[in-house]
Design a protein around this ligand. Structure first.
Ligand code: NIG
Ligand code: FE
Length: 380
């Protein structure tokens, strides 16, 4: 089946040769892009959809979320806005609520969160476990996440659960829990934050990541969220695809990111929701690092599923241009997931498209909070 998407007022392909087109069309064949070019030169297709002069961009790629959970922590957000600091302690509340929820309840919550993302233009999302923290509960979270995305991440090393000794828990995560979870995960992640009484130091994080790599998982790291620490350096040293947060970076961290192939995934919704300083994305780009944007959608540090909001915050608070922020939210996210089939619109790539109810992509940051973006259904 082929379908022509036409009437595209502005088409941001992010392909070096195709660039940005006006009055453009895209031919979709069996879910892949078959052709991109001027609407007047479009080939015939089985069906067509006219987007009426709107803007089309690659579907957003959100490479960091924690969508498998039950419970609500709005009270913590309110306390933070009144000056309370975030230290990861609230994760335990979500663990309790999530363990108590049935598979069907979690499945329904997950489906509604993924639908909420799609309705705002996100076509790929990575989803972590990490609110189970027992072998059975972590496997369950990954099984449910795997029903909605191939980008599943084992985050048994989210925090040390109540009643466990840290080193015993690290041994469990790197041993029995990893063995049970690895078949359900593509990635392994760890909350490396020596400044948190609940998370893991550099040595513990290394133990978890090296065990994950030996089990065939690829690496990602939560690092440098609450203060300076070893997370970024460790991620680069071990060849992680991405180190996420990067709120506090030394010059050596920036140099390491620039010299390695680990993407710096920035989470501006977290700085927003925890009243933290925003990292300087311009400093990273100037050094030669690759920057991605993600929501980190979770009940603790950022309960937003909106990639357009992340783009607006990155432009306003992190020094990215609107065009750079769009790149970071699409092609950057694809690199953070080591995906070569998404994030750019050219023949052969997946036809994952977002349509903006706007004349150009600058409106994503220019009109913050306005629901301009949605994923475009190119089937049928
Ligand atoms: O990425 N920092 C660690 N984990 C999450 C927050 C989880 C929570 O507070 O529930 C994050 O910010
Ligand atoms: Fe996170």
């Amino acid at each position: 089946m082929s379908r022509l998407v036409t009437g595209i007022g502005e088409l941001v392909t992010q392909d070096a040769e195709l660039g940005t087109l006006h009055d453009a069309a895209i031919l979709v064949e069996d879910g892949l892009i078959g052709w991109v070019g001027p609407a007047g030169a479009a080939p015939a297709a089985d069906s067509r959809v006219d987007v009426g002069g709107r803007t089309v961009v690659p579907g957003f790629v959100d490479p960091h979320s924690h969508l498998v959970y039950d419970g609500d922590r709005a009270d913590e957000f309110a306390a933070r806005m009144a000056g309370v600091r975030y230290d990861g302690g609230g994760i335990a509340r979500t663990v309790t609520a999530t363990r108590a929820a049935s598979d069907d309840v979690l499945r329904a919550l997950l489906a509604s969160r993924v639908a909420e993302m799609r309705s705002q233009g996100t076509t790929t999302v990575e989803i972590k476990s990490g609110y189970g923290l027992t072998v059975a509960d972590e496997v369950r979270a990954l099984r449910l996440a795997g029903e909605v995305t191939p980008e599943t991440t084992f985050l048994g090393a989210h925090v040390v659960p109540a009643g466990s000794r840290p080193d015993d828990y690290v041994a469990l995560v790197a041993g029995e829990m990893l063995a049970a979870c690895a078949p359900h995960a593509r990635w392994i992640d760890v909350f490396c934050e020596p400044g948190s009484p609940h998370a893991f130091d550099g040595d513990q994080a290394r133990t978890v990541l090296e065990a994950g790599a030996a089990a065939g998982l690829q690496l990602r790291v939560h690092g440098n969220q609450l203060g300076h620490g070893p997370g970024v350096a460790l991620a680069v040293e071990l060849g992680a695809a991405s180190v996420d947060h990067c709120t506090f970076l030394t010059d050596a961290d920036v140099a390491a990111l620039a010299g390695g192939d680990t993407v710096a995934t920035l989470l501006p919704g977290v700085e927003f929701s925890t009243r933290s300083p925003y990292p300087d994305a311009r400093r990273l780009l100037a050094a030669g690092a690759t920057v991605a944007l993600a929501t980190d959608c979770n009940p603790g540090t950022c309960n937003s599923s909106s990639m357009p909001l992340m783009i607006a915050l990155a432009v306003r608070e992190m020094g990215l241009t609107p065009t750079e922020a769009l790149w970071a939210a699409t092609a950057g996210g694809a690199q953070a997931l080591r995906r070569t089939d998404i994030g750019v619109l050219r023949p052969g790539m997946r036809a994952d498209l977002a349509v903006l109810d706007a004349p150009n992509h600058l409106h994503l940051a220019y009109r913050p909070g306005v629901p301009l973006a949605r994923a475009l259904d190119v089937t049928g």
